[in-house]
Design a protein around this ligand. Structure first.
Ligand code: CAP
Ligand code: MG
Length: 409
C-alpha cells in the first residue's frame, strides 16, 4: 500500500510524528517510509484479504512531508484510544524500530491533536503551582539530592536534608535508585525527613520541599504516595522511564494533592543514540500529557550529562509552549552542577528552572550546609547581575566552592 501523498495537508484530527528514516541497503527511502507507515498503523508485510475499504478510508496514515531523511507522517486520531499512552506508543513507536527495512530509525518529534491532549490529565500544579508551594517567584529553585546515592540510614538521610535546607536550599530529593531498601525504609525516611523539613522551615522562615522517591510497582507507588500525602508532604518524585507510561498514568490519575517530580533515569537508553530510539523531546511531550509537574531535561552541556544546549532548549520549550489547555512543566537541570555552573546555566536555560546539585553541595570543602549556602549565594548573586567572583568577596562559602571547582564559562 502506498502511504505517501506530499499534497496532503494534515488536519486538527491528525497525530503527527516526525521520523529520521535510514533505509536498509538495497531499499529505497520510499519503500522504508511505506513499511514504517503501515507497520505503525493498519498494515503489515503483505497485502491482506481481510482489509476493508472502510479501514483504509478512516485509518490509513499519510506520509506528507519528506525532507532528506526526515519524514512526517499524519496518523488519524481514530487509530488511538484517547487517554491511553501505551496504546499510542505501541503504534507509532512500537514494532517499527525492529524492522529490517530500516538501518536506522528515530522518532524526533510528535504533535498530538487536541482531542488526544485533552484526554489526559496533564500537570496538576505546573510551574506557577510549584513556585507557590516553594514561595519563590523569580529565581531558579535550587535543590540537592541526598548523597551518597545509597547507604545512609533514614536518620542520616534526614540530617543531610536538614543541613541542605538550613544552608539555603529550597528542595531536597531522594536519589533515583533510593526507594525502600533495608538500610533506609521509605516510611521511616519520609517521616524523619519531613520532621527535619519542619525544623528547617521554622528556623529559616522559608518554605522547603522534600521529594521522596515513590518508584515501585504501581499499587505500591500509590500506597507510598498516599503515605506522603497523609504525612503532610507536598511532592513526590518518580522514575518515569523505569516505572513505565502506564505506571505514571496510574500515579497521576490517582490525583494526589502532590506535585510530581519526574526523574528520567534510563532515558538515554532510548534517547541518546542518533540511529535508533525516540528523542527526549518526544518523551517530554508524553510526560507532560500524562501530567508530571517537573521533568529532568539536562543542563545544556554545563553539567556531566550529554545533551547540547540547542537540544535542551528545544525540550525546555516543549514543556512550556502552549499545548491545548495543559499546564506547563518545570524544567529540571541536574548532573555535575556546582555553584560555579549557575551563571552559564541561567544564561542558557533561563531562571524559570529547578537546578539540582548533588556532589556540588555535599562535596563542598566545608560540608553540606556550606555547599547549600554556596549554591544559594551563587543563584542570588547571578540574579542580581553580580559576577560570582565579586559576590564571593563577601560570601565565604561561595568563595570556597569556587576555589575547589572554579567557575564554568
Ligand atoms: C545528579 C544525579 C542526577 C542526574 C540525573 C545523579 O547528581 O542525582 O540523578 O544528574 O541526570 O545521580 O547523577 P550530581 P539527568 O549532582 O552529583 O551529578 O538530570 O540528566 O537525568
Ligand atoms: Mg541521581
Amino acid at each position: 500500500m502506498d502511504y505517501i501523498d506530499l499534497s496532503y495537508k494534515p488536519g486538527k484530527k491528525d497525530l503527527i510524528c516526525e521520523f529520521y528514516i535510514t533505509p536498509s541497503s538495497g531499499k529505497e527511502l520510499k519503500e522504508a517510509i511505506n513499511d514504517v507507515s503501515g507497520e505503525s498503523s493498519i498494515g503489515t508485510w503483505t497485502d491482506l484479504s481481510t482489509m476493508k475499504p472502510r479501514i483504509v478510508k478512516e485509518l490509513k496514515p499519510t506520509a506528507f512531508e519528506i525532507n532528506g531523511n526526515y519524514v512526517k507522517i499524519a496518523y488519524p486520531e481514530a487509530l488511538f484510544e484517547p487517554g491511553n499512552m501505551p496504546c499510542i506508543l505501541s503504534s507509532v513507536a512500537g514494532n517499527i524500530f525492529g524492522m529490517k527495512t530500516v538501518s536506522a530509525l528515530r522518532m524526533t518529534d510528535v504533535f498530538f491533536p487536541e482531542k488526544i491532549i485533552d484526554s489526559f490529565m496533564g500537570p496538576k500544579f505546573g510551574i506557577a503551582g510549584v513556585r507557590k508551594i516553594a514561595g519563590v517567584s523569580k529565581r531558579p529553585l535550587v535543590g540537592t539530592i541526598v548523597k551518597p546515592k545509597l547507604g545512609l540510614n533514614y536518620e542520616e538521610h534526614a540530617q543531610v536534608a536538614y543541613e541542605s535546607w538550613s544552608g539555603g536550599l529550597d528542595v531536597v530529593k531522594d536519589d533515583e535508585n533510593l526507594t525502600s531498601q533495608d538500610f533506609n525504609p521509605f516510611e521511616k525516611r519520609v517521616t524523619e525527613t519531613l520532621k527535619m523539613l519542619a525544623k528547617a522551615e521554622n528556623e529559616t522562615g522559608e518554605k522547603k520541599i522534600y521529594m521522596p522517591n515513590v518508584t515501585a510497582e504501581s499499587n505500591e507507588m500509590l500506597r507510598r504516595a498516599k503515605f506522603v500525602e497523609k504525612s503532610g508532604g507536598t511532592h513526590i518524585m518518580v522514575d518515569v522511564v523505569t516505572c513505565g507510561f502506564s505506571g505514571i498514568q496510574t500515579l497521576r490519575e490517582a490525583d494526589f494533592n502532590l506535585a510530581i517530580h519526574a526523574h528520567r533515569a534510563m532515558h538515554a537508553a532510548l534517547t541518546r543514540s542518533k540511529d535508533f530510539g525516540v528523542s527526549m523531546k518526544v518523551l517530554a511531550k508524553t510526560y507532560r500529557l500524562i501530567g508530571v509537574d517537573q521533568l529532568h531535561i539536562g543542563t545544556a552541556h554545563v553539567g556531566k550529562m550529554e545533551g547540547s544546549a540547542k537540544e535542551v532548549l528545544d525540550i525546555e520549550n516543549s514543556l512550556i509552549e502552549k499545548m491545548s489547555d495543559l499546564k506547563n512543566v518545570f524544567p529540571v537541570a541536574s548532573g555535575g552542577l556546582h555553584p560555579g555552573s549557575i551563571p552559564p546555566l541561567i544564561e542558557r536555560m533561563g531562571a524559570n528552572i529547578i537546578a539540582q546539585f548533588g556532589g556540588g553541595v555535599h562535596g563542598h570543602p566545608k560540608g553540606t550546609k556550606a555547599g547549600a549556602a554556596a549554591v544559594r549565594q551563587a543563584a542570588e548573586g547571578t540574579m542580581q547581575g553580580i559576577t560570582l567572583e565579586e559576590y564571593a568577596e563577601t560570601h565565604r562559602e561561595l568563595a570556597e566552592a569556587l576555589k575547589k571547582w572554579g567557575d564554568k564559562k
